[in-house]
Ligand binder design. Sequence first.
Ligand code: AMP
Length: 143
Amino acid sequence: MSVANLLKTKGNTIYSLHEDASLREAILILNTQNIGVVLITDKQGSLTGILSERDIIRRALVQETGFRDEPVSKTMTKKVKSITSDASIDDVMFLMTNSRFRHVPVVDNGKINGLISIGDVVKLKIAEAENEAAALRDYISAG
Ligand code: AMP
């Protein structure tokens, strides 16, 4: 399956913040939307970073107070690895496993078109396995 197909089911909703937004704003979005990352953009809407709950935990360990008012740009990961819509889900799994992160933004010609999380991939793989099992059961009972 392609990333484009998964996005058709999942949708293109992304949660993003400008790089000057505060960590406080990011924490609020992560908590209210029950998500693991916020994408960070510049004024033009281009992806400039990714901020995960893990980054915030690390920041909180280094500095116990005061960090909430800092810009997200100080804490985010700047070298974001993204994927295009025509990539396969296997490409996404390979990237997540090798890079040891759980989120991959989908970017086509500089435009952010979605975000795939490890949860989306697991959900898809479970559905595929269930469909395959049902097809096999049908095949056996038809014989
Ligand atoms: P995660 O497992 O996705 O919560 O992220 C773990 C770490 O990897 C954090 O430092 C994130 O900022 C970073 N990270 C997550 N996704 C990406 C990505 N697609 N490209 C680069 N870094 C990422």
